[in-house]
Design a protein around this ligand. Sequence first.
Ligand code: ADP
Ligand code: MG
Length: 342
Amino acid sequence: MKLKKKQIAFLIFLIVGTVYVAMHQEHTPSATTRKFSERIFSTVMNVTYTGTEDLHDTIMTCLKGVDASLSMFNPKSTISRINRGETDTLDAHLTEILPMAHSISDATGGAFDITVAPLVNAWGFGFKSGQLPTDVQVDSLRALVDYKSISIEEGLIRKQNPGCVIDLSAIAKGYGSDQVANLLMERGVKDFMVEIGGEIVTRGNNPKGEAWHIGINRPVEDSTGMNNEIQEVIEVHNRAMATSGNYRNYYTTEDGRKVSHTIDPSTGRPVRHSLLSSTVLAPTCAMADAFATSFMVMGIEKAMDIVNAHPELQVYFIYTDSTGNYRTWQNIKTEEQAQTLQ
Ligand code: ADP
Ligand code: MG
């Protein structure tokens, strides 16, 4: 009889204990690895983070805000309305990104230029496609391209040339990754990787507890984007990384010419150098994104000069030598070396 009472007491203890643990868990969920992919900015975003909160909806709201400001593909976005001349009032994202774009244009001698859109369209990227432009057409469109012709005055955009069109495609994905990274950090998330169309920000460790390692694709010419051979894996610790390459987004004309989507603003023409792929590590992903595209515009020699003058930039370049073999040039620093630069 005595034994039975003890058994009942033990049973009650077990039930109460189990209920307590279950309730307690519901209130303080443990941190787990969370992952998701979504389509945004006409590309794919991947987010992996370790946290207690499900931040999917918060992240998507944040990115829809970026899209509603910066996307040329969204006809209702602020930039589309500015480009159509419907408004000159800047919003918070444009107020932040336009001066960043301007300073990268200065730092790259104009190789990076967000007013390049009329030429991008003329060469068949962006919205219009069809016939290649003639020399006369290229020269007349070049007159519309000059990042110095736009400025900000008291929250309003001023265009010296009313025909000027702003294209933030080469910086907006990186900027979007920065915005998601900032949101995650504000929410106390310490370990994460955000990637929008190859433009990446990492913090802390991966789900295995190790530093994040990111593969750089071998620049195999493939306009379908299906080839994913890895050339090199590099450690991206608490940094942002972006890659620009002309081996994917290009088309071949009937006479066999390859037309890339990177335009040299100084010639008005698509560029094809020996530089096949440019990966940039930088303090922000917007910077990494914009510099990666700029280096494709200027080619490897000029790019090396800029890199040597900017200790905050690290790069991994893949280029072809005179015999057509792949070569690499890089100055990626170890984590400790990079930290002393911050
Ligand atoms: P990538 O990954 O190759 O850098 P991005 O999408 O980042 O590709 O940048 C390429 C896009 O940037 C082009 O499709 C075009 O809209 C725009 N662009 C092309 N040339 C320039 C340039 N010289 N400066 C700024 N943007 C450019
Ligand atoms: Mg880019």
